[in-house]
Design a protein around this ligand. Sequence first.
Ligand code: ZN
Ligand code: ZN
Ligand code: FE
Length: 762
Amino acid sequence: MMRRRVKIAGVVQGVGFRPYLYCLATELRLNGEVANGTGGVVLEIEGERQRVEEFLRRLPLEIPPLAQIESVDVESMETSGVAGFRITASDASGHVSTQIPADAATCGECLREMLDPGNRRYRYPFINCTHCGPRFTITRSIPYDRPQTSMARFKMCAACQTEYDDPHDRRFHAQPNACWECGPRLTLLDAEGAASDVKEPVVATLELLAEGKIVAVKGIGGFHLVVDATNSEAVARLRGRKHRFGKPLAVMVRDLDAVRQMCAVSAAEAALLTSTERPIVLLRALGSHGLAAEIAPGVPWLGVFLPYAPVHYLLLGNAELSALVMTSANLSEEPIAIANDEAVERLHGIADAFLMHDREILQRADDSVMCVMEGAPQFLRRSRGHVPLPVRLPMEAPPLLAVGGHLKSVFTLARGHHAYQSQHLGDLESVSSLDFFAEALEHFERIFQVVPECVVHDLHLGYASTVWAMQQPQVKIAVQHHHAHIAGCMAEYALSGPVIGLALDGTGYGADGCVWGGEVLIATLSGYERYAQLKYAAMPGSEAAVRQPWRMAFGHLLAALGEGVFDAEILARLKVSEQDARLLARMIDRGMNSPLTSSCGRMFDAAAALILGRDRVDYEAQAAIELEGVAEMGEAADGAGYGLRLERNEGGVLILNPAPMWEALIEDLRLGVARGVMSTRFHVGVADAYAQAAIAAREQTGIEDVCLGGGVFHNRLLTGLLCRRLREAGMVVHLPVRVSPGDGGLSYGQAAVAAALLAERF
Ligand code: ZN
Ligand code: ZN
Ligand code: FE
């Protein structure tokens, strides 16, 4: 006989872990007990040696679907001789290292029950079990137990309580367990927020959608604005009311078969679509997708996701509607609405009706957005379904907070090997986003009980996140933007460096005060050297040049062609008069409001202005996205790219000079070459130039590892070309998978740099 105490850490609470251990123990006729503790799950197991060993062998292999084990510690104990196996009460004392699960899509078994007229939860919009349902978004505190969630106010009926108490039931300790009898309910409100007395809110909602109405639907992480995705007029009305003009809208589609009618879906993409995290997945649209053209104007992709809450299945369960536009209920880049009265107030004049419920959302979480990049998943936005699960840091970090960047804000709270990234917080331009930042931070500090000793921020003093960081009493560490991008990739792959870092990005504040974003760094986690850069060009008008790509084109062409930029054809292409162009040139000459930039993203803007005539943008990276789109859609090019010239400056830094590229591109414009071909040549030229720079860096340093970081790596065409060339040259390419390569992943990289610096210093 033997007795063992087993401590299991990881995602082991609220995922059916104790009943799992109970069933395994009883199957093997072992005695003991299990409890949730603040350190994870604590188990004591006693019986014949052989059976205990069998138990410990099987334990990690057969865990429930949502569980993730991080560590299992086993120690010997005296046998007690007590018979039976018990699940004992949670222990809320001690140091917290356990985790709250992320929200998970309705599981297959719950779905079957919901569609079964004989089941007591037939068509119940809040059905869930231990393997599915809301978690993070309904939790106020730890340990994850019903009184700490927004289900606390619903008292379970006898039938639900019986399930909840039965270790053999799929709903044993399923904290959001509920039914028609005892749980939350849907209600339909009119545009003014007045309750209607409709018997079947879902049926009434479907009628409204069929009429082309806009309905705000309360989901898991917030409200969505919903319209019929085949109704052009309705989609256009939604865009008009939401003041969102160009940016593609996400579409929820009934099932995978229906997705295949609209888009090309690879096996990797299908796996992402059907994962319990249910992200929006960017897919290549088929020509005949049958949806309103207004959903994704100007691009060949659709952002598609499958239902993940029971109410979504109910809305998409009828024959007429197979696809719904479902977009976060907010004004662009402000936080998503979650409270009922907040939604009515903020969506007044936008929504024609509200499909609400009385289960409070305690944490906002927008939908995650992903794509398949080079065969692996990539985050465009890491949020619902993934928060608050940690990403590993390769070194032990003291408690610290990294505040990230300015746009697509996400903070990271780190301790030990855990980096907890917040949900997507939006752009920190508005007071409401800053409030959301503070609210989310308070929640994270509470649930993980991390009191940061150090605050890490960007070098840019104008970022709202930096301004916030400066006001904090703790020790501060500033990290250069692109170093953070590269360090994030290194940390994900546990590389200590040095590596060759290709930071191709929009904009980030450089160590020399210029705007960086097209750099080759030789980086370790704690430092970097700038090996190569795109040649500086002016950004006339500074921020205005981001919104108006024609300004970037002018800045680049002035640097490349000098007087040649005043060519009538070029100016016509940029839609600028000679007089204005002269004025702009003088402004640049005097350095007035015209910072210098080496940004690759801004060079994409410049190319899009020339190739597409895209003179202004409605959303971030629009010009670059459309430029990639025309290459995807256009005629095949011959494989040759516009060449950049590599030269060295006095400081020994390798300069990628795009002047020959601009000359060749303008020649193609004159010849009337198809825009798809020009776009492909541009992509090929940029990929070739950075591959050459990386190869030159290897020759000089012997480093084989290449880490990629920055928002430009959301571009699949460029990333694919660049990765291929680097691999052909025998280099080892690392692309972020668990963290976004864009600014959404910035705070993770900042945390990695700070942890490395602190480890070196102390
Ligand atoms: Zn379920
Ligand atoms: Zn019930
Ligand atoms: Fe960036």
